[in-house]
Design a protein around this ligand. Structure first.
Ligand code: GRF
Length: 196
């Protein structure tokens, strides 16, 4: 049976990481087994590290702070080395707060999830900007990672309808629920259709 090794990269809360691990790790889809041997955090204080502990998921830490006087390329060289040592086929970004270098993008096939209907509301304030916009819908996008922020070919998108008078917290919770639904779906689509 074909086995695909996935690594999940994160920097914060890690709720997508947990959802992906529970839905995909050690599961068989279309005769293909998904294995998630590794998570990696760019922050030592990320809550996702605790999630890895209770999920029993190996978590490496490659702290951005340790590379603050070094280049993106130097950070990524180490990142690539770690991922290659686990034979990773697909890299999954889930709240990983770094821009990746050209070299990284050429070495790995990687996906990212973004909490807006791209190309609208790129960047780290996507949820509030889309909440405050006068659009009647909001949504979530999964795309291939390219060296430009929140760009790259789209794999999956889905939307929610705004509810009049809804609080930001409730809106945000609905966006996250949508993320938990579409990210596993997008990953399976890429694994089955791409030559990874
Ligand atoms: C998500 O909203 C994701 O779309 C964005 O970063 C957030 C990560 O949340 N890229 P979590 O750490 O998975 O809870």
């Amino acid at each position: 049976m074909k086995i695909k090794n996935l690594a999940i990269l994160f920097s914060g809360n890690g709720s997508n990481l947990e959802n992906l691990y529970l839905h995909l790790h050690n599961k068989i889809f279309d005769g293909m087994k998904i294995n998630i041997p590794l998570a990696l955090s760019s922050r030592r204080d990320a809550y996702g590290i605790k999630r890895c502990e209770y999920l029993n998921l190996k978590c490496e830490i490659l702290s951005s702070k340790d590379y603050k006087d070094k280049s993106v390329e130097e950070y990524d060289a180490r990142l690539i080395e770690i991922l290659q040592s686990y034979n990773i086929d697909l890299v999954v970004l889930a709240g990983f707060m770094r821009i990746l270098s050209d070299r990284f993008c050429q070495t790995f096939c990687a996906l990212n999830i973004h909490p807006s209907i791209l190309p609208l509301f790129k960047g780290s304030n996507a949820i509030i900007e889309s909440y405050q916009s006068d659009m009647k819908i909001a949504g979530v996008s999964v795309h291939f990672v390219s060296k430009e922020l929140d760009s790259g070919i789209l794999v999956e998108q889905d939307i929610i309808h705004k509810i009049e008078g809804e609080s930001l917290e409730s809106f945000e919770a609905r966006i996250h629920s949508l993320e938990y639904k579409i990210y596993p779906k997008a990953i399976l689509k890429v694994l089955s259709k791409c030559k990874i």
